[in-house]
Design a protein around this ligand. Structure first.
Ligand code: SF4
Ligand code: SF4
Length: 470
């Protein structure tokens, strides 16, 4: 039990947001490895930034981890084969984002032979770390897809002082980060200590929502094992408030600056701006980066992967994906070779329980609809939701009753109703004056609206109009 004096300081409350049903149906199921599919289709654009150009051609032999695409631009990330086999051709694909990308199509030999040239990198300096992150192909695995080496390339003379490890995973259904915390705790902690040492953070906050007690216990247990001191958290206590706990001190954390933060379960707790404010009280202004307020935010699975890469030299070739929804037979977390089709993944999960009416890349709040089940799993996919008729029911709008719930729910303190009204009459000055471009597209306003107004779509349109006007 953590004593009250161990709570280091009050933390900020998100304000707004929405209480969503968690529906974490897969939380207690161990992740299962999917066998290699016959074919993978690997897009050359799986990240924010410049697309890669294929560096293989039809007929080439590739192994698991062989580089198949790269770019000479800094904001990009190389792409590697997820299976061993033969390149059967190059193609193109329309992504849900609307971008068209080149693809490399690989016929698997079923052997999953690792590339014999792979070896663990030597990482002793910040420069080594940045190079390793790039070579690994790592991008933000929480869904953002931002190349991690760009984020890690800090000014060594003035690095951010705070590292926040994002384990909030606040969308319903998704449990892949949670499983990572439970199944690969040691990799997460080792990765945290490595980042702390090489970048020189003054504090590290590992942030996990309080609906994941086993993840919190696992993170504490490891520390307990390392130092032989029980700093366990009674997770049934203090359910309603944020709490920040000392984790522990060991030789990797001599200044005792790694903390575990138990967050209230309230969507969208894991959104970057919200998390920075919750964890540190710092506000991230529009157009600024977390480093501008002295922070770096890393997804918990990204940190775990980076540590695994440094130990093994195997780049990012697979992804743990939560497969759930009323229309899929066996909901579970599946470790999927990147480029595997959604239909292969659903088949691995036992196929359809009922007709699928909608398939989402990601969660129900921020996920993108997929129109073709042959679409491949991408690096930044953390979930595939296969929704049945009831789950996919269209929201029929009715007139606004001016109840104000949308504004109350907005974590950015916006007035979605006013922005909708201004956009409807084409008053872009008013749209701007209501700070529409601060919207993080979290969907909380739409979720709470009793008139089922499509406010998030309106906010996206408002932001697009403001961008076009510039
Ligand atoms: S929540 Fe819906 S009904 Fe209420 S004020 Fe906002 S838009 Fe209108
Ligand atoms: S206006 Fe934007 S940030 Fe605010 S609740 Fe709606 S979607 Fe989220």
């Amino acid at each position: 039990m953590v004593k009250s004096e161990e709570v280091l300081r009050p933390v900020k409350d998100i304000g707004g947001g929405a209480n969503l049903p968690h529906r974490k149906n897969t939380a207690e199921k161990e992740s299962v490895m999917m066998p290699p599919p016959e074919t993978v289709v690997i897009p050359m654009q799986q990240h924010i930034g410049a697309p890669c150009t294929p560096c293989v051609k039809k007929g080439d032999t590739v192994y698991v981890g062989t580089k198949i695409g790269d770019s000479d631009k800094f904001v990009s990330a190389p792409i590697h084969s997820s299976v061993s086999g033969t390149v059967s051709g190059l193609g193109s694909l329309l992504l849900p984002s609307g971008q068209t990308t080149e693809t490399v199509i690989i016929q698997s030999d079923g052997q999953m032979t690792p590339d014999p040239d792979l070896k663990p990198p030597v990482v002793e300096t910040l420069e080594d770390l940045v190079k390793a992150a790039r070579d690994s192909g790592l991008v933000g695995l929480g869904g953002a897809g931002f190349p991690s080496h760009v984020k890690l390339n800090v000014n060594p003379d003035n690095p951010p002082d705070t590292l926040i490890i994002n384990g909030a995973e606040c969308e319903p259904y998704i449990t892949s980060d949670y499983r990572e915390c439970v199944e690969n705790t040691d990799n997460i902690l080792e990765g945290v200590y490595l980042l702390k040492k090489l970048i020189g953070f003054k504090q590290v906050i590992i942030a996990v929502e309080n609906n994941k007690p086993k993840a919190i216990q696992a993170l504490n247990k490891l520390v307990e094992n390392v130092i032989g001191q029980d700093v366990g958290v009674d997770v049934s206590d203090d359910e309603k408030t944020h709490a920040l706990y000392k984790v522990a001190t060991d030789e990797r954390d001599a200044d005792n600056s790694v903390r575990l933060m138990r967050l209230k379960s309230r969507y969208p707790q894991g959104a970057e701006k919200v998390l920075i404010y919750t964890a540190t009280g710092r506000k991230l202004p529009l157009g600024k980066l977390p480093s501008d307020v002295g922070c770096m935010v890393m997804n918990v699975t990204s940190v775990s992967f980076l540590n695994k890469y440094i130990k093994t030299g195997m780049p990012l070739v697979s992804k743990t994906v939560t497969v759930d929804g009323g229309a899929v037979m066996n909901a579970q977390n599946v470790i999927v070779p990147i480029g595997t089709s959604i239909s292969d993944v659903i088949e691995f999960c036992g196929g359809y329980k009922s007709p699928a009416r909608k398939i989402l890349y990601g969660g129900p709040m921020m996920g993108n609809a997929v129109v073709d089940v042959n679409m491949p799993i991408l690096k930044q996919n953390n979930a595939i939701l296969v929704l049945d008729r009831k789950q996919a029911e269209k929201r029929v709008e009715s007139p606004c009753i001016r109840c104000g719930r949308c504004a109350k729910a907005c974590p950015m303190r916006l007035q979605p109703l006013e922005i909708e009204s201004a956009l409807r009459i084409g008053n872009l000055e008013a749209v701007k004056a209501h700070y529409a471009d601060y919207c993080i597209e979290c969907g909380s306003c739409s979720y709470v609206c009793p008139s089922k107004r499509h406010l998030t779509q309106v906010m996206r349109m408002a932001k697009a109009e403001l961008r076009n006007k510039k």
